[in-house]
Design a protein around this ligand. Structure first.
Ligand SMILES: NC(=O)c1ccc[n+]([C@@H]2O[C@H](COP(=O)([O-])OP(=O)(O)OC[C@H]3O[C@@H](n4cnc5c(N)ncnc54)[C@H](O)[C@@H]3O)[C@@H](O)[C@H]2O)c1
Length: 316
């Protein structure tokens, strides 16, 4: 692959800017295009902020924030952004008709061998690429916000996506330091939102049944399971939680989980009185007008945690 592959980032909101920084930090050049000229100008401020935060945390592998922003170019039109791109990352609003329209444009105007990747959170790639001549090079590369800080990215094929497009996308993601998850086929929620959804179902269920308060659920996660989950996935966790590994764990605790699962078959209503209780509990500790302050605090603590994890990578 090229020593400094060119990427095109389409849509320069939160996710587009995060991708631009992630690609530029990984040695790519990135041309950013937004249909709204004001948003494109605003992107310069967002990019600089994201790159400076990473520099301050020592997470730029010896590069400066300026090295990163110098590799990002704000393109004045779509063709300029797409010129010579080997990878196109689309980040326009989450609406099916908007995704369909932009993918039609991209398929006509991007270099023939470029991979066309969408950041969509919830649309299946088959829903907006079926009509395209070049549909074999289209896929989803779904990040967690912001991709400049969080490495996992789900690479999701439509039924017609070629393995070459999947490989090229995964290789590029690895090269820039992301952690690609290569899915075998598309499914609603991909992997991470399915896992999160299962957990939220149970969280709502416990509150709805009056077994736990919203704070109790958050404490159980934040101060119980999550510290370990920042280091290990669920299979790694159970493999280390029985002397004989995962099989031993299942022999010891499988029946307990089967009994629990019997009580989890029916979905919980996320609205009505349960939601009232959760909202009341949240607003008591965090008034609505303090949400942006709390988001900023979360982001700065997240940077510190990711810095620590990057400094102490897993050895086995
Ligand atoms: N925000 C998140 O936490 C998150 C996480 C993962 C994935 N995503 C996905 O990423 C995508 C972008 O999300 P976001 O939060 O950055 O949205 P956003 O609203 O912040 O940004 C979208 C940008 O796209 C621009 N745009 C609209 N139409 C365009 C077009 N035709 N060509 C070029 N630019 C166009 C808009 O002007 C805007 O600046 C969505 O599909 C979303 O589901 C979001």
């Amino acid at each position: 692959m090229d020593s400094s592959p060119k990427t095109a980032i389409i849509g320069s909101g939160l996710i587009g800017c995060g991708w631009a920084v992630a690609f530029a930090r990984g040695g790519c050049t990135a041309a950013l295009f937004d249909a709204n000229a004001e948003a494109a100008q605003q992107a310069k401020t967002t990019l600089t902020r994201l790159a400076e935060e990473l520099e301050m945390a020592g997470m730029l592998d010896g590069q400066t924030a300026k090295d990163i922003t110098d590799r990002v170019h704000i393109a004045s039109d779509l063709d300029e952004a797409l010129k010579d791109a080997v990878h196109v990352q689309e980040n326009v609003p989450e609406k099916l008709d908007v995704k369909k329209a932009i993918f039609s444009e991209l398929d006509i105007r991007a270099p023939r061998d470029a991979v066309l990747a969408s950041s969509t959170s919830a649309l299946l790639p088959s829903a907006f690429t079926e009509h395209l001549e070049g549909r074999a090079r289209c896929l989803v590369a779904h990040p967690i916000n912001p991709p400049s800080l969080i490495p996992a990215v789900e690479i999701v094929p439509a039924p017609w996506t070629s393995s070459s497009a999947m490989n090229r996308c995964a290789d590029l993601m690895e090269r820039i330091g992301q952690k690609p998850i290569r899915m075998q086929r598309e499914i609603d929620g991909f992997i991470m939102n399915r896992l999160q959804g299962a957990l939220l179902q149970e969280a709502f269920r416990l509150v709805a049944a009056g077994i736990a308060t919203p704070e109790d659920v958050d404490t159980g996660l934040r101060d119980g399971l999550a510290p370990r989950w920042a280091l290990l996935g669920p299979f790694e966790t159970i493999d280390l939680n029985a002397p004989g590994g995962v099989r031993d764990y299942v022999a010891r605790y499988g029946p307990m989980y089967e009994k629990i699962a019997e009580t989890q078959r029916v979905n919980t209503d996320w609205t009505g009185e349960t939601l009232d209780r959760i909202e009341e509990a949240r607003r008591e500790v965090l008034p609505l007008n303090q949400i942006s302050k709390a988001q900023a605090e979360r982001d700065s603590r997240l940077v510190q945690m990711m810095k620590h994890l990057r400094k102490h990578p897993k050895k086995s």
